[in-house]
Design a protein around this ligand. Structure first.
Ligand code: 6GU
Length: 247
């Protein structure tokens, strides 16, 4: 997979992309990530990327020409691509969307700032707008890093044990179960017996049950019909947490 990121703050990406899974995936050739400084696509002496909005209102707007020049240079050089603009007005990022995007061969991520970007760039070049939640950040860089991390860890080979990405929280609309490691007793609290009995069927059942209980308690809106009916038949205590069936 190829990911191109267009930003006025290229240095911001150095830390997060040179650690952990994203770094390993790049070294293994699973993903190629390139960061492009939008200022390199300006043509004036001051390398201006923004201007005041028509109609007033304060703030600054990214001018369309440097963006178009940058995007064209990335598009013409490669095959099929999808251009994503990171903005709080975008479609909320979910595991489902992340899964879809992880199948794309080439993503171009556009990081905005200030008031945003000239609307014509959105119309002409952007295929998808994505938000990482209902709060406002000062730019699209952190959201782009979040998106890249969420995608890269799904790419085959990125995580040593691919199983572990497949069984994540949200991969099947359930929160994760509790996990324990040594010591057996910590500050007077023992590890649940079921986990040390070595009965793997029982352990799997306990984990699923814990995942459903935790989801019912914290995020009942995530429970799908299947988990709900399982809950009704096998986990009566979860009914007390979610009196009305969501969805
Ligand atoms: Cl994608 N951008 C900005 N600036 N703020 C956000 C966001 C994106 N998602 C949530 N807040």
């Amino acid at each position: 997979m190829q990911i191109d990121i267009l930003t006025i703050f290229p240095e911001m990406f150095e830390g997060p992309f040179n650690q952990s899974i994203v770094e390993k995936a790049q070294k293994a050739g699973i993903v190629r990530i390139r960061i492009h400084d939008l200022r390199n696509f300006t043509e004036d002496r001051h390398r201006t990327v923004d201007d005041t909005p028509y109609g007033g209102g304060g703030g600054m707007v990214f001018r369309p020409e440097p963006l178009a020049r940058a995007l064209q240079s990335l598009i013409s050089a490669e095959g099929p691509h999808r251009t994503i603009f990171l903005t709080p007005e975008g479609r909320p990022l979910t595991q489902r969307l992340t899964n879809h995007l992880s199948l794309e061969p080439h993503l171009i991520l556009l990081c905005g700032h200030y008031r945003g970007i000239d609307e014509r760039i959105r119309t002409l070049y952007v295929n998808e707008e994505v938000s990482i939640g209902d709060y406002v950040l000062s730019g699209g860089e952190l959201p782009a890093m979040v998106l890249v991390d969420a995608i890269v860890r799904l790419l085959p080979g990125a995580i040593g044990n691919f199983e572990s990405a497949q069984s994540d929280s949200f991969q099947e609309d359930l929160l994760d179960c509790p996990w324990y490691t040594r010591p057996r007793v910590f500050e007077g609290m023992p590890v649940p017996d079921v986990l040390v009995n070595g009965n793997h069927r029982e352990i799997a059942r306990w984990r699923r049950r814990q995942a459903i209980l935790r989801t019912a308690e914290r995020r009942p809106e995530l429970l799908d019909r299947e988990a709900l009916s399982e809950m009704e038949t096998e986990i009566p205590e979860a009914r007390a947490i979610t009196p009305e069936a969501p969805r």
